[in-house]
Design a protein around this ligand. Structure first.
Ligand code: C2E
Ligand code: MG
Ligand code: MG
Ligand code: MG
Length: 281
């Protein structure tokens, strides 16, 4: 009896593993197909100056409008793209599309809008990433000082020598660097102070309850102070309430991003947002 149920359990698990693998495989194939058939889109979430409500930048966020199954977000499909090697072509598409949109907004008569792009760890570490980025910037005509590269804290705090060289090279081509999801990785503070970064983004896990949770508030305040001391701008991600916005403005957190300010928007909505929300009250 025991033997039999043991074997059943083993068969059950191996079927499950196999079905997970098949799922990953088909997701990868569907992603590849989707990339060639215009299923990917960028939405743009405003990042605003907390002091006066001006639009400081937008963050490009990838969406996959696949027919079926619905609702797979980048947090789910980016890791699959990373293990399958598709991340480089998907990442290149994001860079090209964001640069193209930046130029298109300018042609519509809007002022040049700073645009932030997320770059995954695998993409960042791929050998010719900087050469490809340089070529794409050149081809699009974007002024690289309007481009921000977001790397997560955990990406940057690994293989530090190599990472430092790579960040220096990025700064040399003239783009800005942001440290994303800050507070969730394991920062070496002495290393952090040497990094050529322009912005730190406080992870939204500390912002979503900043008005109720004293520990979250303490962490947010500490990062804001740290930013001021090492001379980098600080963004609070995931501002969901007016109370949170007030608290962060009061602590002189330079920049804010979150559903309270705006959800991620289609490119056409950004043009409208820009015209209607020049100041925020
Ligand atoms: P992230 O870079 O930290 O982006 C912020 C995420 O927080 C976005 O989720 C955004 O929609 C969400 N968000 C913004 N404000 C709020 C808020 O007030 N409350 C809550 N609960 N969430 C808020 P999204 O678009 O699902 O992206 C998730 C992650 O996927 C991103 O986190 C980023 O790491 C990754 N990602 C998105 N687009 C790309 C891309 O083009 N390339 C790469 N490599 N990664 C991407
Ligand atoms: Mg980001
Ligand atoms: Mg983040
Ligand atoms: Mg995140």
């Amino acid at each position: 009896h025991a033997k039999e149920s043991g074997r059943n359990r083993f068969e059950f698990f191996s079927e499950k593993i196999q079905s997970n693998m098949q799922q990953t495989l088909t997701t990868e194939q569907r992603m590849r197909h989707g990339l060639n058939h215009g299923e990917f889109e960028l939405l743009y979430q405003p990042i605003i100056k907390t002091s006066d409500g001006q639009l400081a930048a937008v963050e490009a966020l990838l969406r996959w409008n696949q027919p079926f199954p619905q609702n797979m977000g980048p947090a789910q499909f980016i890791p699959i793209a990373e293990t399958s090697g598709l991340i480089n072509s998907l990442g290149d598409w994001v860079i090209q599309e964001a640069c193209r949109q930046h130029e298109a907004w300018k042609e519509e008569g809007l002022p040049a809008i700073r645009i932030a792009i997320n770059v995954s760890a695998v993409q960042f570490r791929s050998k010719d990433f900087i050469d490809r980025l340089t070529a794409m910037i050149f081809e699009s005509g974007i002024d690289p000082s309007f481009l921000e590269i977001e790397l997560t804290e955990s990406t940057v705090m690994k293989q530090m020598d190599e990472t430092f060289q790579q960040l220096r090279r990025l700064k040399e081509i003239g783009v800005n660097l942001s440290l994303d999801d800050f507070g969730t990785g394991y920062s070496s503070l002495s290393y952090l102070s040497m990094l050529p970064i322009d912005k730190i983004k406080i992870d939204r896990s500390f912002i979503h309850d900043v008005e109720h949770n004293r520990r979250s508030l303490a962490i947010a305040e500490t990062v804001i102070t740290l930013g001021k001391k090492i001379g980098v701008e600080v963004v609070a991600e995931g501002i969901e309430t007016n109370d949170a916005l007030e608290i962060l403005r009061d602590r002189e957190c330079d920049l804010g991003q979150g559903f309270e300010l705006s959800r991620p928007l289609a490119a056409s909505e950004i043009a409208k947002w820009f015209k209607n929300h020049v100041t925020l009250h």
